[in-house]
Design a protein around this ligand. Sequence first.
Ligand code: FES
Length: 146
Amino acid sequence: MSEVVNEQEIDMSKPPAENMVRVTFQTEGQGSKTVEFEFGSMSYDGHGLPMSFLDVAENYGVFLDHACGGVCACTTCHLHVIAGEKGISEPEDLELDRMETAPGIQLNSRLGCQAVIERPGAYVVDIPAWNRNYVQEGKPSAAVKA
Ligand code: FES
């Protein structure tokens, strides 16, 4: 069973203990949530690659949209990696191709369902507000045709 530590219980002034993963999800203008668990202890939730940011988010009740279910077929899980990039998997060609269709791409952009945490450490990701708005307003391809 995974260990969940609420943000209030995490001493953010210190790095996570050895073999622990600390993930902070920032949501632009809506605060943040930090979870911490032992590396290798988290069960797979069935969305995205195991130990991807989407998998962590789903395990701990953090909203990260994933319209395609986490199979690299949309860009709604787009996030920005603020810290911890050295502990995250390199993007595969499929993710890179998909990212070319994402709005607002940055150098630190990744798909949350494909970026996998590969080692213990501290990670911070930002879920951009414009991405959530983009989803809520519907994709251009969903427009009704006459
Ligand atoms: S959820 Fe669709 S690409 Fe990640």
